[in-house]
Design a protein around this ligand. Structure first.
Ligand code: BG6
Length: 296
């Protein structure tokens, strides 16, 4: 990755603190099996790669790396709302805040665990008081745990989503499996409610679908890169599949016109009618594990 490594501080040879792109603070993690990059801005994982593999995550060449702006690619954390919300912008505030690094630890086997906390802010003050933590574990696989604890005396209703951008060899050679029979809202067809009928999804036009009430793992088979990415999830009832295709790609300032060939978003969370209703004092954790293996 092309990170500006001007002020690197290396800890135990596994975790390095750097000035990343746009001079935003970034953590580089190296394990016996893999490497990862995580920005404090959005607690945003922008890169994960196993030693013998191709990078797992897509990151746009046109992404902004600026305070107050989301990073285009990697794993944006969507919280506490998904999509547009009147007067409040798109996809919540968590992805544009600098998260606090609370702790990191290195297990005897060499896997690295990094824990972040979302700081208080005027945006957060509009919602019930809560503690939001995010733990990234880098090993042979990438594990992400987003937990929310309701510190208020009222029920906290929120949406969450790990809006993961996967890199693919060529979108025309990709199938997405695991959503057959699931009901979805089709954003490119006026939010019409539909049911997924084929065994696999192929993408040959703009796709923006919110699958509801589905807890299944999803597999992205990529004939060009010769791999299958597996997205395992816990405590997630929604999956979003998104590719902007040609016209929308051209409209996005932070996304290359041709990049729709190279990525697909498969997002795991709880959105719309699957929003979490969290009782006072309760904690809810969304967990996602990303793994890849050779395509057979
Ligand atoms: C997806 C939404 O999750 O995110 C799409 O379903 C949206 O409708 C996409 O276009 C990207 O959103 P943003 O705010 O990062 O441009």
């Amino acid at each position: 990755m092309n990170s500006a490594k001007s002020s690197a501080t290396n800890v135990l040879g596994h975790v390095t603190f750097l000035d990343g792109r746009g001079d935003l603070p970034m953590i580089e993690v190296i394990t016996p099996w893999s490497t990862a990059e995580i920005y404090l801005h959005g607690a945003h994982v922008t890169h994960f790669k196993t030693n013998d593999g191709h990078p797992l995550l897509f990151l746009s060449q046109c992404s902004r790396f600026e305070e107050g702006q989301p990073i285009r690619g990697g794993i944006p954390i969507i919280f506490p709302w998904f999509g547009p919300r009147e007067g409040l912008g798109q996809h919540g505030y968590a992805r544009v805040k600098a998260w606090e690094l609370k702790q990191f630890s290195i297990a005897p086997d060499g896997s690295v665990r990094v824990r972040f906390r979302l700081p208080d802010s005027p945006d957060a003050a509009k919602f019930p008081a809560c503690t939001v933590e995010y733990v990234v574990t880098v090993s042979k696989v990438l594990t992400l745990e987003l937990s929310v604890t309701n510190q208020s005396k009222e029920v906290f209703t929120y949406e969450d989503c790990l809006h993961t951008y996967f890199t693919v060899g060529n979108i025309k050679d990709v199938t997405v499996k695991g959503l057959k029979g699931a009901s979805y809202l089709d954003k490119v067809d006026n939010m019409a409610r539909k049911t997924e009928t084929p065994d696999v999804i192929r993408i040959a036009s703009e796709v923006d679908r919110t699958y509801l009430d589905t807890t299944s793992a999803v597999e992205i088979a990529d004939a060009k890169l010769g791999r299958v990415i597996r997205v395992e999830k816990e405590n997630s009832k929604s999956t979003v599949v998104w590719n902007p295709w040609i016209a929308k790609a051209q409209q996005m300032a932070d996304y290359g016109d041709e990049e729709y060939h190279e990525m697909v978003c498969v997002e795991s969370g709880n959105v719309g009618s699957n929003a979490i209703k969290l009782a006072p004092g309760a904690t809810s954790m969304l967990k996602v594990t990303l793994d890849s293996s050779p395509l057979r």
